[in-house]
Design a protein around this ligand. Structure first.
Ligand code: MLT
Length: 407
């Protein structure tokens, strides 16, 4: 007699972005002919740059000749790509070996799967609000109790509020797995070296593990802010970092990311190097490697020319971010983020519930955003707008908000 994984039944609602899609489709069905402007999901819109296209074409050409054709590759990712990633981290001041990098099909699966190498008895701490994958993957694994009022029993929520600059204080009591995301999705806040050091010191003292999601690191323009947790002394002993080419190189649909699992990472009962070996074992068992064509594209992103082109595109999205933030502030709305991150986090007017504001913004201005409560209880009363989009569409959306939103 087969049974289902009943942990799925604990999940409180549909995954956030499909729910937004569902409500938007319903609105369009009810209002035929209306054009909605989408600043909801952080989905790239600008085409791949010439260097990246060339890289992908080269990947195809290699497969077109019998002399160069390859089938399955190294599950951990092509050596050249892992070496290029190690060089990038060297630029951050972090010495990491190429075999501490694991190329994947994106940061989302890695952030969801990484928990599987840790025991079910680990106490998990997450920033509140947070990217929903950290919570849901731990619910599905069985590390939580039931959901009550938007929170799961057994999870430690670390409030990120305007008062603490959207970076959490240390959790009360001992926790074992700590998820941190910087630049933060959804708040757009970026952790400083000093803030990360507090968490690294905590993790070292408690043999805890930090799972650090840096998927938006390439949006940091302030040179004083860390782009990797390995810029913090001691982090190689307690942190796993996950990143992606999605937003940096426009690979949201192409799919390519990486995890860094240093050999020196340790927890309570691990042997030296064991955590890295376990992730290797997990990936070689359950993943056959990222597409070889796409990895050539990743290599092109990391090249000098690729980096210069990616900076241009990132600059384009950040001009959107500035336009959104300034446009909303001109209306008297309180906004955060959008400076070193592609997300603007705004306080809903009059403390309106965030799904109510979603409906109001859609109805009155025809703009789709993301309700803050979809990221956790502390997201209630907030709303996220994404800076990904064609510049003209973003300007149209802001103009429509300014003209039509009844405040
Ligand atoms: C977001 O909008 O939060 C992200 O684009 C979702 C993702 O990267 O999976």
């Amino acid at each position: 007699m087969a049974t289902v994984n009943s942990n799925y039944r604990k999940l409180q609602a549909g995954y956030l972005f499909p729910e937004i899609g569902r409500r938007t489709r319903q609105f369009l069905a009810d209002n035929p002919g209306v054009q909605v402007m989408r600043l909801g999901i952080g989905n790239t819109t600008e085409p791949l740059t010439p260097t990246i296209i060339r890289g992908l074409h080269e990947g195809v050409e290699v497969l077109a000749q019998v002399e160069t054709y390859t089938g399955y590759g190294d599950e951990q990712g092509e050596t050249a790509l892992r070496e290029a990633l190690a060089r990038r981290y060297k630029g951050y001041g972090a010495e990491l070996d190429a075999d501490e990098f694991f190329v994947s099909d994106g940061a989302k699966p890695d952030t969801a799967n990484i928990q599987s190498i840790f025991g079910l008895d680990n106490v998990v701490a997450i920033q509140d609000p947070a990217y929903p994958v950290y919570v849901d993957s731990n619910v599905i694994a069985g590390r939580t109790g039931q959901g009550v009022n938007g929170q799961y029993e057994g999870l430690v929520y670390m409030p990120c509020t305007a008062e603490n600059g959207f970076f959490p204080d240390l959790p009360q009591g001992k926790v074992d797995l700590i998820y941190l995301c910087s630049p933060n999705n959804p708040t757009g806040a970026v952790a400083t070296h000093a803030q990360l050091k507090v968490f690294v010191d905590y993790a070292l003292a408690h043999k805890a593990i930090i799972i650090y999601d840096s998927a938006y690191a390439s949006f940091i323009s302030d040179p004083s802010l860390p782009r990797s947790i390995y810029e913090i002394e001691g982090a190689k002993k307690c942190a796993i970092e996950i990143n992606s080419f999605s937003k940096e190189g426009g690979f949201t649909g192409v799919r390519l990311g990486w995890a860094v699992v240093p050999k020196t990472v340790e927890c309570e009962n691990s042997e030296p190097g064991e955590i890295r070996r376990m992730w290797f074992r997990r990936q070689t068992t359950m993943f056959n490697g990222a597409s070889n064509i796409v990895q050539k594209g990743g290599l092109a992103i990391l090249s000098e020319a690729g980096q210069a082109e990616c900076r241009e595109v990132i600059g384009y999205y950040m001009r959107n971010a500035r336009a959104i933030r300034e446009g909303l502030e001109a209306l008297g709305l309180t906004c955060f983020g959008g400076v070193n991150a592609p997300y603007i986090w705004l306080q809903t007017p009059g403390g309106m519930a965030s799904w109510d504001f979603f409906d109001k913004l859609l109805r009155e201005a025809h703009v789709v955003g993301t309700p803050g409560s979809g990221f956790g209880p502390r997201g209630e009363g907030y709303f996220r707008l994404s800076a990904f989009g064609h510049h003209a569409d973003v300007l149209r959306a802001i103009e429509s908000i300014q003209k039509n939103l009844k405040l």
